[in-house]
Design a protein around this ligand. Sequence first.
Ligand code: KIV
Length: 270
Amino acid sequence: MSTQAPVRRITVPQIRARKGGEPIVSLTSYHAHTAAIVDRYADFILVGDSLGMVMHGMESTVGVPLDLMVMHGRAVVRGTKRALVVVDMPFGTYEESPAMAFRNAAHIMKETQCGAVKLEGGARMGETIRFLTERGIPVMAHIGLTPQSSHVMGGFKTQGRDEETWPLHEEDARVVAEAGAFAVVLEGMVEPLAARITGQVAIPTIGIGASAACDGQILVLEDMLGLNPNRPPKFVKVYGQLGAMIEEAVKAYAEEVRSRAFPGEDQVYR
Ligand code: KIV
């Protein structure tokens, strides 16, 4: 009989309770096998809508459909057992009304078995966040640089360079926290603003390009693995060069096939 204790997934309240404590580790993942590796080290895994660009070659996250999030969300939940899995709500699936957001968030949670959803937007999403959390859907908020609004923002611009804009971002953070979000992603934000917000809200802040002042950090996995065909944003530290390794392996294989060195004796059924 096995005496091993079952592995329990990290819960939303456990992430929430890490405010001001040990930094929260998180990465994106879209794929069962890479998620299984990330699962051993991360507190939560985000199935981000950046998968539109990273996995499917789209120009932005705006075109990502709900079904794609569900498909990748299922793969990540299947591949993991420890980390909390959070799935992004894609553009156009939650902004229109709280009821629409509930229908689509419930669909994501039922179909993927993930533990929470994430949506972009600050004060304007307060009512929706409250509607979802009061009905059993844990929500991670996302403020600062919000890629789904890049057309309105005029591109991917660091937020808070102008100190006069700080009150708006601070208000966004206050509203999403008071509405019931259990954590908030701060993306592309200058350090003093990220530090102020982290000091002001009672929920953990998760930084991406928002400095070490945050309660945790997230990166897009492919960016930190050197697998982004485009130059990753300046704030990304590249921990591995998998793009170069894949290229070397594929090139070696192609050369061996062309020179008839592959398949060799060991690779042939007799
Ligand atoms: O979609 C995504 O990968 C994200 C992260 C950048 C936080 O939202």
